[in-house]
Every structure is written in structure tokens, then in C-alpha cells.
Write a protein that binds this ligand. Sequence first.
Ligand SMILES: Nc1ncnc2c1ncn2[C@@H]1O[C@H](COP(=O)(O)OP(=O)(O)O)[C@@H](O)[C@H]1O
Ligand SMILES: [Mg+2]
Length: 306
Amino acid sequence: MDQAQQLREIIKAENATQRPLARIITVTSGKGGVGKSNVSINLAIQFRRMGQRVIILDADFGLANIEIMFGTVPKHNLSDLIYKHKNIKDIITWGPEGVGFISGGSGISGMYNLERKYLVDIIVNLAELDAIADTIIIDTGAGISSAVMEFLVASGEIILVTTPEPTSITDSYSLLKALNQQDRFSRDNTIIKVVSNRVATGEEGQQLFNKLNAVVARYLKLPLKYLGAIPQDQMLARGVMQQSPVSIQYPNSKSSKAFEQIAAELVNKNEIEKYKPRGMAAFFSHIITGRKLNSEKNTGDKASGQ
Ligand SMILES: Nc1ncnc2c1ncn2[C@@H]1O[C@H](COP(=O)(O)OP(=O)(O)O)[C@@H](O)[C@H]1O
Ligand SMILES: [Mg+2]
């Protein structure tokens, strides 16, 4: 049995057990600094307040964003699960209001070279997250790196954060174009939801979406869904400086209210019923088998740069 086949068997066995699978939401953007980590954290907090169990996976390899914004230093990261045989429960750090987070560290890129005997263990371990969380939010790095693409291709549900800056719109378009070119990207099994961040008015947010949607519909023929806008808000920036997310530090601020609305839209019953949660085993197996296929084809970093 080759590795891809073996992984498929594991997922089948995992999914055959009647346990619930987590909803996985991947947050991304064309360029950095547009508000991905703030969207991830604040949506996580709002989901918690709605009674959900939430874990954030910080997959922005370069910058350890989430831990800084929570003012908490995690003892372990994903590498410890992979190389030091830590259990999944040992690498979750519990932040304010019971939001869990996992620091990706160098663990995610390390999955590339793993031997099969470790892989099975890791996937089974990661699949345990389905029992620990209802929703897993993945905060990715920005741009068209192959690591980000792998996450997006494996995701059923993507939140694309964009801002009114002209470069943010063109970079959002470039990201979607690169995603659309991935062999394994399935437009029928992926929904892309757009958040307009740092807008002056709700109308500006809607216009920003319309602009992006028009070019994407025309040249890529990808459907986008507008999720809503987050206003430019100095309270958000102040919260970041104080290492406390705006939803906690300034719950009545306008950005906090906007996060609340977007979270409510995401847990809206009609919205949820449209997607079948895939769970973590399927998600990570998708990433790992994709890497193997890519390295076999020897295409390398076909979409590197940014
Ligand atoms: N809605 C907003 N209002 C004001 N400042 C914002 C807003 N969103 C983001 N920022 C500023 O941008 C910075 C970068 O946000 P961050 O979430 O870290 O971006 P990313 O994760 O995409 O790199 C924040 O520290 C904050 O100062
Ligand atoms: Mg970030």
C-alpha cells in the first residue's frame, strides 16, 4: 500500500467512527499586516461566547502572532508533537476566555520529510482535535507561498481578509489566481468568504468586495461570498499594544461589535448546514499527500515569491 492509500484508509477509519468532525476555517490574505491574526483571535473569542469550543492553529511560520496577541508563551508547539512524541493535549495552550491555541512553529514545514511510521501517529493525534474543538481557526501567513497554498487547497472554508489599500486588492486577486491554478484545488468543495477590514463605512466595505468580486468573477470565475466589514478602529490597535484582543479589552468598540456580527453570520444555522465538516485527519492528510505528490513531480515551489 503506498502512503497516500494508507492515509486514505486511516481517514476512512477515523471518519467511520461516529464522532463529530471539527469545522476548519482558514484565514488568509494576499499581503501581510491586513488583520488576519486579529480576525482569527476575535472570531475565536466571539465563537466562545456563543458556546463553541475553539482552537486557533497559528500557521504563520515566521511570526508567532497569536501568542503575542494573547500575551501568553506556549510551552510546546507542533514540532514537539511531531518529533518529541508529545500528545496533542500537551501542545494546546489555553488563552483568555478558554480559547485554545497551538503554535505551528517549524512543525508544519517539517511534515514534508516525515517517515510513514511517524505520519500515521501524527494524523491520528491531530484527529483528536475534532473531539476537543467544534471549530478550528487556522491563521496562515500572507501571500502565495507554497505552504499557504497547501493550507488553502486543503480547506473547505476560507476567510480572505482584504483592506481598501489598492495593493491589498491586487494582492487578494493574485492569491486567488494562484489558488485557482493549483492542481488539487476544488472550487466545488471550497467556499471563499471575504472580510473587508479597516474600512471607514459599511458601504466602503461592500464596495471593496464588489470591486474584488467583479474581477474574480470575470477572470477566474470563482464565486466569492461577502461576509462583512470591520471598521478602522483605534481601539483594536490599542488592544494589540496591550496584548489583549479588542473583543476582550474593548467589548463595546465598533470593531468588537463587527466581529460579533461576523461570528454570528458564520454560526448561522443555514450557513453551517451547507458544509460538511471534514475534520483534522482529512485536512492534514490532504496537506501531506499533496506535498508528497509535489515532490514526486519535482515541481518545487512553483508559486513562490511575493
Ligand atoms: N480594523 C482595524 N483598525 C485599526 N487597526 C487595525 C485594524 N486591523 C488591523 N489593524 C492594525 O494592523 C496591525 C496588523 O494586524 P494583524 O492582525 O497582525 O495582521 P496580519 O495578521 O494580517 O499580519 C494590527 O496590529 C493593528 O495595528
Ligand atoms: Mg498575522
